[in-house]
Design a binder for this molecule. Structure first.
Ligand code: GLU
Length: 493
């Protein structure tokens, strides 16, 4: 049997280091046994998914050297590899489940479901669908469908008993069926949910081993049931431990940059980042900390994955990166890497016209542009002091700007300017006052060219990371404060 594994990212945001981590282990597992590694794009969420995000995922995984044998851009025998192009396949399989009596139409309104949920919560029950539409007669269903009533398709789930899941790393896991919801398989807009599309695709694409994050364990019973309903063998499951912040909470961008592009632009080497991800829960048999993708491939043994939550610590990553630079690059290589990174004419042309208008001597140039190369700036709370804005206001401006820019899709100077100007107006600030903390967060000083130009050049991930860092320099936002701010932010519209 040829081993076939896959990584199946949803293109809904920054290319996450967690995606690279899962891709790495899938790729190594398959390649260490002569197998194949597939990349599938799970873009059934058409509201949140974007083509730009998909491209960034492909680019950043490739930058890390984690290329794939089959995928949306390279093709393969089991395509298409983008779920949005497989609508017919899911419709056909949804029909099979209906015909076999394993799924049913559900016409419940969101009001009914909200009320049901509130009642279950009040009674301290596990919230979930109560099976209301499962008992509609064939006649009733036909009538509602003919009348064009909005509906979803749900899977039937046993009411009693226990589901036993086998996991390569965790052994057997038992989950009571009473904890498992009658999952929606096809949404009201006709799109499949993750569960249906994922199971159908894993089967049709011949996936033998599903290696994914532990946050998916609770989905495994639904998947097992779907495999049974279709009469298919289930791939072997392996749930990897989640990456964590140094304080052991789940890795989050609020505490750690999580975007691969951030690490690329901050000047980390791909071999160092892959090496570091390889150490997340895994170790070489000789415990050596520094190893290449090839070293890992040669020594790989999945049973060496340990389940204690691996901590993604930027300081350790920087230490490892330094060691790759010092020990593995000649000075010539170093020059080449810098050039390949951002010290090249193409990149510089973005800001040379701005710098040319501002320098008096050529010697002014490097200090003036250094912030564009600096990763995270070295700032203190005093740098944000402003004659009109209190520290609390500064923090609020930064937080609101961050939230606003997290929604920003089109990343060009005009769109950024519009977004920020609107926000300043809505909050009742003069743009020059409002911009002060943003300048400091992005450029380290208010004396720079338009901060929108800088944001454009730095790109969304670095811009947002700097705003987050600025907020943390000002003491961060507590949960309570965050809730209050979020409310205020929402009222701005
Ligand atoms: N699309 C899912 C994700 O974004 C894939 C989960 C899985 O591997 O089954 O992580």
């Amino acid at each position: 049997m040829t081993i076939r594994t896959r990584v199946a990212p949803s293109p809904t945001g920054d290319p996450h280091v967690g995606t690279a981590y899962i891709a790495l282990f899938n790729r190594i597992f398959a390649k260490s046994q002569g197998g194949q590694f597939i990349l599938r794009i799970e873009d059934t969420d058409q509201v949140r998914g974007t083509a730009a995000s998909e491209q960034q995922i492909l680019d950043s995984l490739r930058w890390l050297g984690l290329d794939w044998d089959e995928g949306p851009d390279v093709g393969g025998d089991y395509g298409p590899y983008r779920q949005s192009e497989r609508g017919d396949v899911y419709a056909e399989h949804a029909q099979i489940l209906l015909d076999k009596g394993h799924a049913f139409h559900c016409f419940c309104s969101s009001e009914r479901l909200d009320a049901l949920r509130a009642e279950q919560m009040a009674n301290k029950q596990t919230p979930g669908y109560d099976g209301h539409c499962q008992h509609l007669s064939e006649q009733e269903v036909k009538g509602k469908l003919a009348a064009g009533e909005s509906h979803v398709l749900r899977m039937k789930v046993p009411e009693q008993g226990t589901c036993v899941i086998d996991d390569m790393l965790r052994g057997t896991i038992e989950i009571d069926w009473s904890q498992i919801d009658m999952q929606i398989l096809v949404k009201a807009d006709g799109m499949p949910t993750y569960h249906l599309a994922n199971v159908v695709d894993d089967h049709l694409m011949g996936i033998t081993h599903v290696i994914r994050g532990e946050e998916w364990i609770n989905s495994a019973p639904k998947h097992k049931l779907l495999y049974q309903y279709f009469g298919w063998d289930m791939p072997v499951l392996c749930h990897m431990p989640l990456l964590r912040n140094p304080d052991k909470s789940k890795l989050s961008k609020r505490k750690n940059p999580t975007s691969i592009t951030y690490y690329r632009d901050a000047g980390y080497l791909p071999e160092a980042l892959v090496n570091y991800l390889g150490r997340m829960g895994w170790s070489m048999p000789d415990e050596r900390e520094k190893f290449s993708l090839d070293d890992m491939l040669e020594a790989f043994d999945i049973t060496r994955v340990s389940l204690g939550g691996p901590v993604f610590d930027q300081e350790k990553l920087s230490w490892l990166n330094a060691s790759w630079i010092r020990e593995n690059l000649t000075v010539d290589d170093f020059a080449q890497r810098l050039n390949h990174w951002l010290l090249n004419k193409e990149h510089m042309m973005q800001y040379l016209p701005l710098a040319k208008e501002r320098v008096e001597t050529l010697g002014d140039f490097v200090p003036m542009v250094s912030f564009l190369y600096a990763g995270m700036l070295n700032l203190s709370a005093d740098d944000f002091a402003h004659k009109k804005l209190s520290e609390a206001e500064v923090k609020q401006v930064l937080q609101f700007t961050l939230w606003r820019l997290e929604q920003q899709r089109e990343w060009n100077k005009n769109n950024l300017f519009d977004a920020i100007k609107k926000l300043a107006n809505a909050m009742g600030y003069k743009l020059s006052d409002f911009n002060h903390p943003i300048f400091v967060a992005i450029a380290g000083t208010p004396n720079s060219w338009s901060v929108m130009e800088s944001m454009k050049i730095l790109g969304p991930d670095m811009t947002r990371a700097r705003l987050r860092y600025a907020i943390s320099v000002l003491g961060g936002v507590s949960k309570k404060e965050g809730k209050r701010l979020e409310k205020a932010f929402k009222t701005l519209g």
